[in-house]
Design a protein around this ligand. Structure first.
Ligand SMILES: [Zn+2]
Length: 465
């Protein structure tokens, strides 16, 4: 990508940080120089290469989506809503879609895998996200190529499994070869992760990074979890995993290790301030207290669970004092929509309108997200911070009149209102359009690759049966 220049952006509302607090400033300018925020001023800066001067804009720190899957949910898209494809009252997510994703990666060419990755990143950027943490099967290393070329801030998280071929039985129990004395793929996966780290970590002045990503408690044995965590801490990279996603996972870990999934991670030394644990919907209250005590973060992805009729309330985690972030889990890749769902579901569950307030929800995708990955330069607009910005157009009729821009963002806005996205001082989206590629061509190529997976005989049988 081109070297970042200087850009001046006018904000009718600016979410800035002053003395450690988030404040909304009226009618200010942000000036970025290179990859940094160089000035925040009420007067128009002189001499910028690019000037974005349109009234009605809400300029926020770049929004951070720290749990997404560009590939696997594209395979599921419109196949899994409304209970479609359920067999024996079981969701097809584990029984059909996960194996299909694995098979799909094998049948697609590198160009087709790149096309799927590009389609996902296009959605993320147009949805207003500047940073994504993306766990994915190591067979789609094209995710890195797409992220590097398209400009998003990327924490690639290639999975580690104790076996690459974990299977869910009819009762939901996950089995894998290592659990029954077979060979363990974990060491090979860790070696592959190390190779990807050597190739990609720190590319483009640190925009491209890795996270350690053991897949889940029921697909990763103790040796792998210990080794992966030790390696992550040696390198100073975040650790992300799926935790307590279902009651069947809780039962599996109880029968294997006599612990809850959260206790299992704590027993192995995985639970710490560098852990980002997705979902946690089957965590007990004691588990959440343990996570709070260890400083671990929950990645709350409410919509993917709402799809299946399960409640994942942001407020439940936050009320236990756990650092709670919001991600899309690949479903719809719409961070603004996910923020709205997180607020709404929390209020419904608690019966309290005060819970999960708009400032808390926005902090979950800015300052709190940045803290969880130890990046104080991200998630805030202040002098010297990294120049990642999300700009929302509040001039739409459904956002007027306006008293409180934060409430407007969480409750009334949608991703169609994303006006501009800047990462590392580069404007990637302007006027709602991605600037560095043909949106229609990216969409067509990605969709065509996914349709190739849907055309597999096993997919046809599953979807039509
Ligand atoms: Zn996930």
């Amino acid at each position: 990508m081109h070297a970042p220049g200087t850009t001046a952006i006018f904000a009718s509302f600016l979410l800035a940080e002053q003395e450690g607090e988030s404040v909304v400033l009226r009618d200010h300018w942000v000036l970025t120089e290179g990859r940094r925020i160089a000035a925040i001023t009420p007067t128009r800066p002189e001499g910028a290469d690019l000037v974005l001067d349109t009234p009605g804009r809400f300029v926020l720190p770049g929004l951070m989506n720290l749990h997404n899957h560009c590939f696997s949910e594209a395979v599921a898209r419109t196949h899994s809503e409304d209970g479609a494809g359920r067999k024996n009252n079981q969701s097809i997510v584990y029984t059909v879609l996960m194996p299909l994703t694995k098979r799909g990666i094998e049948i697609l060419s590198p160009e087709e895998r790149l096309a799927v990755a590009r389609l996902g990143i296009l959605q993320l950027l147009k949805g207003g996200a500047t940073t994504v943490m993306e766990p994915f099967r190591a067979g789609i290393a094209e995710m890195f190529d797409a992220a590097e070329a398209m400009g998003i801030r990327f924490y690639g998280a290639p999975y580690l499994f104790s076996t690459a071929d974990a299977k869910a039985g009819a009762d939901g129990t996950v089995t894998y070869a290592a659990a029954s004395g077979g060979t363990d793929d974990g060491a090979a996966d860790l070696a592959r992760w190390n190779a990807l780290h050597a190739t990609w970590e720190g590319r483009d002045a640190g925009r491209i990074r890795l996270a350690m990503s053991p897949h889940a408690t029921d697909t990763c044995g103790p040796d792998l979890l210990r080794a992966a965590t030790a390696r992550a801490r040696e390198l100073g990279v975040p650790v992300t995993t799926h935790l307590a996603q279902s009651q069947s996972e809780v039962a599996t870990i109880r029968s294997r290790h006599g612990r809850t999934p959260a206790e299992y991670l704590d027993w192995l030394g995985v639970m710490g301030p560098d852990l980002l644990a997705a979902h946690c919907v089957a965590c007990s209250d004691d588990d959440l207290r343990l996570m709070a005590a260890r400083g671990a973060a929950v990645l709350n992805c409410p919509r993917v669970f709402a799809r299946g009729g399960t409640t994942a309330a942001f407020g439940r985690f936050a009320d236990h004092g756990v650092r709670t972030l919001i991600g899309t889990d690949g479903y719809n890749m719409d961070l603004l929509g996910e923020m709205n769902a997180a607020a709404m579901i929390s209020k419904l569950v608690s019966g309290r309108a005060e819970t999960a307030s708009s400032p808390e929800i926005i902090a979950a995708v800015t300052t709190e997200a940045a803290a969880a990955i130890a990046r104080p330069d991200l998630g805030r607009i202040r002098l010297g911070a990294t120049a990642d910005l999300s700009v929302i157009d509040l001039s739409h009729p459904h956002l007027q009149p306006l008293h409180d821009p934060r409430r407007a963002l969480v409750w009334l806005a949608n991703r169609g209102n994303v006006d501009a996205v800047m990462v590392d001082g580069r404007v990637l989206v302007q006027g709602g359009r991605y600037l560095h590629g043909d949106e229609a061509a990216i969409t067509a190529a990605g969709a065509a690759a996914i349709r190739k997976i849907w055309d597999l005989p096993e997919a046809r049988a599953a979807f039509e049966g």
